[in-house]
Design a protein around this ligand. Structure first.
Ligand SMILES: Nc1nc2c(ncn2[C@@H]2O[C@H](COP(=O)(O)OP(=O)(O)OP(=O)(O)O)[C@@H](O)[C@H]2O)c(=O)[nH]1
Ligand SMILES: [Mg+2]
Length: 391
């Protein structure tokens, strides 16, 4: 059922337009027509009270976006429509295509340095440099080069051998962190999704909802705990509808922790398998953002002290080494359980994934290779390493 947005006063409309401009990145698809979620709950504004006053109770002012009526046939058709058929040919070829900027850069440098040349100290130093330039970071580069020179020092080496040996030592670094997200064992499994603005949190939640609900037939719910900008909620709502899952939201400016709390109540009541909570990536400053996250977690724990069961940091691979400081910043405040790395399609900085694995050892659950609903794949170490060096 569709409910058209009620006419808002002009001030609010201006604010929303401004919010919209802030939120939408240049490549964002249009989100119109805007759809108003059904407010099937009483308008009691209890959550304006301090979070400490929260007690488990019936839902009050949260809105639930209804799941549209649909049949499995509709779902399948829609899923097919949303697929990017221009890019088919399996995960590996899509990843290779996506990572071609990274692999071309790395491959060309290797060709330049190593064509018919002995592996002497100078060549090894140059290789280390190449790996650092490919965003692997100095420590990881040194480790890979050390492994590489074993049994090969002072021997002539073919370019193809270099690539396959590099791929295998990168794969050794990546294998321990290639851990799929396991949402079984807790019900509801509560996943908090965090990351800096524009990293791909909302898009990743949409893709995961599609995967778990439409493909794995799990009962999924999404909560909009980025309550600071109307457009942020609207964007999440579009994804919820695409994936046919309900969205829990509250009015703009509500307490994000209250959204999380009420969503968990509702998820429990509705026997949901997976609750994903979208958070803000942009607040006035870093301290506010981190404080907000910590508060969301505190409040969730009031209902279930084992939750959140996953705290996933979404990282934009195009930010390169900056991803390290993002991980460190979030790690300082929350107990990160894993990463999703996005925008590996077209990123020249895919090597950062290897240095992240080496440096932090956090599970990498999935990687984003495009903006469409199907463009998320579990992280596979060997394939990723091969695609990265173009082996
Ligand atoms: N090419 C590409 N674009 C992506 C990918 N993931 C997300 N995007 C795009 O990146 C932009 C930001 O994504 P969002 O999901 O809005 O990011 P966010 O972290 O929720 O951002 P904020 O809500 O502003 O903090 C959008 O234009 C997405 O379409 C990806 O894997 N590949
Ligand atoms: Mg977002």
């Amino acid at each position: 059922m569709v409910f058209w947005r009620k006419k808002k006063n002009e001030g609010m409309q201006d604010q929303e337009r401004a919010d919209d401009e802030l939120l939408h990145h240049k490549t964002d698809p249009e989100l119109s027509p805007l759809i108003e979620a059904e407010n099937d709950l009483a308008p009691d504004n209890v959550m304006a009270k301090s979070m400490n006053a929260i007690e488990p109770r019936d839902l009050t002012d949260a809105h639930t976006t209804p799941v549209p009526d649909h049949t499995p046939v509709d779902d399948f058709k829609e899923s097919e429509d949303l697929k990017d058929h221009t890019n088919e040919g399996g995960w590996f070829s899509r990843l290779s295509k996506g990572l071609s900027k990274s692999s071309n850069k790395l491959g060309q440098s290797i060709t330049d340095v190593f064509t018919k040349r002995k592996l002497d100290q100078e060549a090894l130093d140059e290789l280390e440099e190449i790996l650092i330039m490919a965003d692997m970071g100095p420590k990881t580069a040194a480790k890979i080069v050390a492994a590489f020179s074993e049994n090969r020092f002072d021997k002539e080496i073919e370019e193809s051998e270099i690539k396959s040996v590099l791929a295998s030592s990168m794969s050794d670094i990546l294998k321990p962190v290639a851990i799929p997200l396991d949402i079984n064992g807790k019900k509801p499994f509560v996943m908090l999704v965090c990351g800096v603005n524009g990293a791909g949190k909302t898009t990743t939640i949409g893709k995961l909802a599609h995967e778990y609900h439409m493909k794995q037939h799990k009962k999924v719910m999404i909560a909009a705990a980025d309550t600071f900008r109307a457009a942020a909620v609207d964007q999440l709502e579009v994804w919820a509808k695409r994936a046919h899952v309900p969205l829990i939201k509250k009015d703009i400016g509500s307490d994000p922790a209250a959204v999380a709390f009420e969503a968990l109540e509702k998820a429990k009541a509705d026997d949901v398998d997976l609750l994903m909570i979208d958070t803000a990536g942009r607040l006035q400053n870093k301290a506010n953002l981190m404080e907000e996250l910590a508060k969301i977690i505190r409040v969730i724990k009031k209902q279930d002290d084992t939750a959140p069961h996953a705290i996933v940091l979404v990282l934009d691979s195009t930010t390169g080494q900056n991803a390290h400081s993002q991980v460190q910043n979030f790690k300082d405040v929350v107990n990160l359980t894993g990463l999703v790395v996005t925008k590996l399609d077209g990123s020249a900085k895919g090597g950062v994934v290897v240095s992240l694995a080496q440096e932090f050892g956090l599970p990498i659950h999935a990687v984003g290779v495009g903006e469409k609903i199907e463009d998320l794949s579990p992280f596979k170490a060997e394939e990723f390493a091969k695609a990265l060096v173009g082996a």
